[in-house]
Structure formats: C-alpha cells, structure tokens
Design a protein around this ligand. Structure first.
Ligand SMILES: [Zn+2]
Length: 267
C-alpha cells in the first residue's frame, strides 16, 4: 500500500506539470544544458543464444531468445519510448529488432555511451503474482565457474548507483501498481539452481551496469514469457512503466526537479 500512496502523489505532481517556464531554466544543474535527459530501454532477451564471459567482470553472460516475450517486450519498449519522449525525455532502445544479437556488456556500454541516467529492462513471465521490480543492491552478486574453470563471484559495490536504482525502482513499482491494479513489489530474486546460469541474486545486466538499472518482470494471468501477454496487459505495463520512468527522471538530481517534465527536460 505504501507504493500506492507514494505514486498517487508522484502522478499528481506529473499531472499538474505545466508548460515550459522561465523558472525551469534557472534550476541548478539544468542551466546551460541543451540536451534532455536520456533513458535506455532494454527489451527482452537476446536474438540468439549466447554464452560468453563479460570481458570486464568475468561474469557469465548467458541469454537466449524467448519467442513471444521478445516480440511483446519490443512492442512495449517502443510504446514506452513514444510516451516518454512526448514528455521531453530522450529514449534509446538497446535492441532495435527482435533478432538483434547484443550481449549484456554491449547493452550497458551503449546505455553509458548515450549518457543514460537509467536503464530499464522489460520482461514478461507467467503468473499473476510474478509482477516484480528488481533494483541494484550493494552486495548483490552472481557466482559460478569462470572462463578459467575456477569458481568466481562478482559483487555489486557502487552505493550511489544502487541508491538511485532503488529510488527509480520504487517509483516504477508504484506507478506500475496503479496501472496494473495490483501490488508490484520492489524485491530480489534468486538464480540459484537454474541450469546454465550462475547463481546469485542480481540480473547480470544490472550487476555489470555502471548506471542505475531497473529490471522489470510483468506477471501475466493468461500467458507471459514465451506464451505472450494480452493487449490489455501490454497497455497497463506501458502505462505504469511510462509514468514511473517520468517520475524518476523528473526527480533525478542530474535531470531536474519534480514537476519539470516536459519543460526543463526538453528545453
Ligand atoms: Zn524474460
């Protein structure tokens, strides 16, 4: 319920955000910047099965195509991009087509090169109770056999990035809760015992990202994952992600202040 209350306030702030004003240009940190803030959207799984080690951290980057999930996730990412860009925030997609072959390292490097303030992974999965948001946390990790055959552990340690990831995650989970008419918690997950994956509790892409990352699962009542989700479910997911991303960006220290979406961010 806490999420719902926070989000009602956040959405109200967004709703009353007015057109561009002179005041917005005077906000510290925005003066002199002509570029809107950028968000990186990461839709679904890789276009090809991939099983390589990250050259930077050594973590196993295993991913695979997942049929209709990838079609749905790209549709959702494009719709979120359109909604968010209409509010003056720049969006880059980390996959342009379903068949794109891009490792997690290539995705996070692209997001960083685009100066994204937030990366957002978009997934769907079976089960109405599986709607969840996973933030970065200090101490989050993955562990398994590395390229050298020895056991390794890669741990997330950037406190500032984790804090911003958790702040974004709370806003996105709150907005999603309102749009999806159910509680969407910010929580952790476990990869332990999953065939072909390192164990641990952070998605690999969030673990190796140097920018705040928010990993979303949309649990479907009728399908999810490779089974696909309905048009109504897609619409709710798009609404919640868009509102949550805008709330996060509007209150980002590097982008602006609450209420400035659509004015300061695009000025
Ligand atoms: Zn997925």
């Amino acid at each position: 319920m806490a999420f719902t209350r926070i989000t009602a306030v956040t959405l109200a702030v967004l709703a009353v955000a007015g057109p561009a004003t002179a005041q917005a240009a005077e906000v510290p940190g925005l003066s002199g910047s002509s570029d809107p803030c950028t968000v990186a959207l990461d839709p679904g799984h890789n276009g090809e099965s991939t099983n390589t080690f990250d050259p930077v951290t050594g973590v196993l980057m295993a991913d695979y195509p997942n049929g209709q999930e990838d079609v749905d996730a790209l549709d959702i990412a494009r719709a979120v991009r359109d909604r968010v860009e209409d509010a003056g925030v720049r969006v880059v997609l980390l996959k342009d087509s379903i068949s794109d072959n891009v490792t997690y390292r290539e995705r996070v490097d692209r997001a960083a090169a685009e100066d994204a303030v937030m990366g957002v992974s978009i997934h769907t999965t079976p089960g109405a109770d599986a709607a969840e948001v996973y933030p970065q946390r200090v101490g989050g990790f993955r562990t398994g056999d590395g390229a050298d055959g020895q056991s390794h552990k890669v741990t997330f340690g950037d406190a500032a990035t984790a804090a911003e990831s958790q702040r974004f995650s709370t806003m996105i989970a709150g907005a999603r809760s309102v749009a999806e008419l159910r509680g969407v918690p910010v929580t952790d997950l476990s990869f332990d015992g999953r065939e072909g994956l390192w164990g641990g509790n952070l998605p690999v892409i969030a673990l190796i990202a140097d920018i705040p990352w928010v990993y979303n699962e949309f649990g479907s009542t009728t399908g999810g994952g490779a089974h696909g989700i309905s048009a109504a479910e897609k619409a709710r997911y798009v609404d919640g992600l868009s509102a949550g991303i805008l709330a996060g960006v509007a209150s980002s220290p590097t982008c602006g202040v609450a209420g400035s979406v659509g004015s300061a961010l695009s000025s």
